[in-house]
Design a protein around this ligand. Sequence first.
Ligand code: ZN
Length: 312
Amino acid sequence: MKKTTRAVTFLGAMVVTASLILAQGPPAGQRGRGEGGAPAGGGVAIKPVPNKAGLYMITGAGGSTTVRVGSDSVIVVDTKNPGQANYDGVLAQIKTVTPLPVKYVVVTHVHQDHAGNVDLFVKGGATVYAHENMKKNWETYAAAAGKTPPNSLYTAPVTINAGGAQAVIQHFGAGHTSADSYVYFPDLKTVSTGDAFAGTALNCDYAQGGSIVAWAKSLDALLKLDFDTVIGGHTNDPLTRADVQAAQARFAKIVSVATDLVKKGTPQDQIVAQVTAADSTLNLGALLQQTQAANYAVRLPAFYTEIQALAK
Ligand SMILES: [Zn+2]
C-alpha cells in the first residue's frame, strides 16, 4: 500500500515536471555509449548464460538484458532502448525459451538504453522495480519525460521470487548514477549490474548523481556478495568476479591518487593529466568522458569538487 501511494505521487510529480523538462531540452549527460544514445538499430538475440540453469542474456538494442526463468514466471533486468520494436523483440526472444509471462522487471538506472521500455512493461502488467533515487533522475533526465516511470520504488533490499527463482534487488550507494540497482541471483552466484559494471568502458554520470568516490565503495559492497559471474551493462558475454575486483581497485586508486594531487595543489584543469601521469592504466579521462565536451564540462568539476572535499 505504501509503495502504491509513493508510485502514484511519483506519477503526479512527472506530470508537473514534464513540460519543464521539455522546455529545457536535453541536459548534458544523456548522450553517448551507456548513456542512452540513439537506438542501436540491430536486432536482439537471446543466449543462455553458461552453467547457469534458467539464466539468459539478451544482447542488442541498448544495454544487456538479463532473463531469469522460474517455474511460473520470468524476471527481466533492463529494458533496452525505447521503442515498440525493441520491446516486442525482447518478448519474442523470451518466448523462444519459455511460454511463461514476465512478472518482474528491474531497471538498473535511468539511462534510456536500460530504462527505455518501462512504459510498455508496466502496460503489460509487470511490476517494474527501480531504486527510490530514480524518482529524482526521472525528473531531470529528458529522455524520460512523458514516459511512464517504474511502478515500484524501493529503498531497503527487495527479494522477489518467480516460482522458485529468487532475485535480490539492492542499492549500494551512488556509482554510475545515484540510483544504481544490482540484481543478485544467489542460487546461481550471479549478479546483473547494469552500467554500475558496464564491462570495459565504464563512465560516471555526475549529472544523474554519479560519483567515482562513492562508486569505489559501492563495488566494494557488491564484492561482499558470493558471486562468480556478472552480467554487465554492455557486454556480449558474462564477466567474472575478478573483473569487478579490478574495477573496484581502479576507482579506489583514482580517488587516492587524485586526493594526493589535490593536496599538493594540482588545479582542476591539470587533474586528469596528472592522474594519467601517475598511472596511465587508471584512464580517468574515459570515466569523465573527456572526448564528449558537454559531458566533460559537467563531470570534470563535479569530480574535482568531490576530491577537494576528501583532500581537506
Ligand atoms: Zn548508463
